[in-house]
Design a protein around this ligand. Structure first.
Ligand SMILES: [Fe+2]
Length: 430
């Protein structure tokens, strides 16, 4: 076999191990009890994430490509299936918190066994399809790393003690003041959006929903140089923003009324702070005044849209966002999971476009649909992205809990517009 292909298998294995280890690192501050909590319908227990990410490699890679592979446990194929209907039945999502059995030790053995299987498979050159699926499994695991962080945050917040996930580093802004908002001009005209990955370059990964690359006409627009801050959002609250129906989409108004929302998720009234508010973070509760220059987060699309309307501006489309971001790359200044801050941080004093990658996912005005010519992956993996292309909005740019090697300018995240448990915020456009 050609040496270059062996190198490809070796580099895929190195990437696999690094990402699997990163999941273990994320779980280190958690107790087995922490890993059992499922505190809202969107979230899953950490223990389930640990099993399900292994299930993905077992189901889509080992069972199909490792000769003589015997599944780790006969029940795991359906027990840890998330939503792949073509593979058969699965437990209801809300039951995941009842999985006290199988015990955590067995889940950890499952992970180790799957790791050994992937290592065995990658001792030799693998067929292209197996390599593509391992690469997909790696990206899938990184998506679940982000979910572990956001689900743990919700679980610990729901605990009446509001315990921190980690106590050491504080995300407080210090003396940093966010720079004044500048408007950056773009006049693109006809441009290309999306990515068509080179099938020969295994390092060039894209999800099917980022493809195919296609022409889009974009009218001249202006984009805010940085994200909206907590102080700016507090002004919206103080101006009675949550009680002015003219600012809200109909569904948004219904949502804030029925849910009783008067502030972003994790904002709590607190008479002992100067601002009258505290914000729950992965580092515990922090007075709002200590986070006022940091980007506002945990907003639904409806809140982001209402805020933009209140300012007289709007949310960018996903195409405007991508056009602006294409020259940028996740860099040393991007506040992604790898920085360890676990909370958005203030923009620096640089001029030009800032905070494009990391800090918060940016809600866009674009509905999540397939690009012209979009085709889901063949087989059960076609259920990965395509079947969610209704009633969801696109978010761009990654957050402070997105792994740095996972994000890129063409990446499309998507959630239903009332979703708030992700690190989601906004950037204005006009
Ligand atoms: Fe998944």
């Amino acid at each position: 076999m050609p040496a270059s292909l062996d190198n490809a298998a070796a580099s895929l294995l190195a990437r696999y191990k690094a990402v699997r280890n990163a999941t273990a690192t994320l779980c280190r501050p958690l107790s087995p009890e922490d890993m059992m909590v499922q505190s809202c319908p969107e979230a899953s227990p950490v223990k389930w994430h640990l099993a399900h990410t292994s299930w993905f490699f077992e189901t889509f890679v080992l069972s199909e490509f490792l000769a003589g592979y015997t599944p780790f446990h006969p029940d795991f194929r359906w027990l840890f299936n998330s939503y792949y209907n073509s593979l058969g039945e699965m437990p209801e999502k809300k039951l995941r918190s009842s999985f006290s059995r199988p015990p955590l030790d067995l889940i950890l053995s499952y992970r180790a066994s799957v790791d050994a299987g992937i290592e065995r498979l990658l001792q030799h050159t693998v067929e292209d399809e197996a390599a593509r699926r391992i690469a997909l499994g790696i990206e899938h695991e990184q998506q679940h790393q982000e979910l572990i962080a956001t689900d743990v945050k919700h679980a610990l917040f729901t605990n009446p003690l509001h315990p921190p996930y980690i106590e050491d580093a504080s995300p407080a802004q210090g003396t940093t003041i966010a720079p004044p908002l500048e408007w950056i001009d773009f006049s693109p005209g006809l441009t290309e959006i999306g990515l068509t990955p080179d099938p020969n370059a295994i390092d060039c990964f894209a999800f099917d929903n980022e493809t195919p690359r296609h022409p889009v006409y974009i009218a001249p627009y202006r984009l805010a140089s940085r994200l909206v801050t907590c102080a700016e959002y507090l002004a919206f609250l103080d101006q009675n923003g949550y009680n002015r129906p003219e600012l809200w989409l109909s569904e948004g108004w219904t949502a804030i009324r029925s849910e009783g929302w008067q502030a972003p998720l994790y904002w709590q009234r607190d008479s002992e702070t100067k601002s009258g508010w505290s914000i729950y973070t992965l580092h515990g509760l922090i007075p709002l005044e200590d986070l006022s220059e940091t980007p506002v987060c945990h907003l639904s699309f409806f809140e982001a849209d209402a805020y933009a309307r209140w300012t007289g501006y709007r949310l960018p489309t996903e195409f405007e966002w991508e056009y602006a971001a294409r020259e940028a790359a996740p860099g040393a200044r991007s506040n992604l999971l790898d920085t360890g801050s676990l909370h958005p941080t203030p923009a620096g004093h640089l001029s030009g476009l800032q905070q494009i990658f990391g800090d918060v996912w940016e809600w866009t005005a674009s509905p999540y649909t397939g690009y012209p010519g979009y085709a889901p992956l063949p087989g059960a993996l076609g259920e990965y992205n395509g079947k969610f292309m209704s009633s969801q909005m696109v978010l761009r740019g990654g957050s402070c809990v997105t792994p740095a090697s996972h994000i890129r300018a063409t990446y499309r995240n998507f959630f239903s517009p009332a979703t708030r448990w992700q690190f989601s915020g906004l950037r204005l456009a006009r």
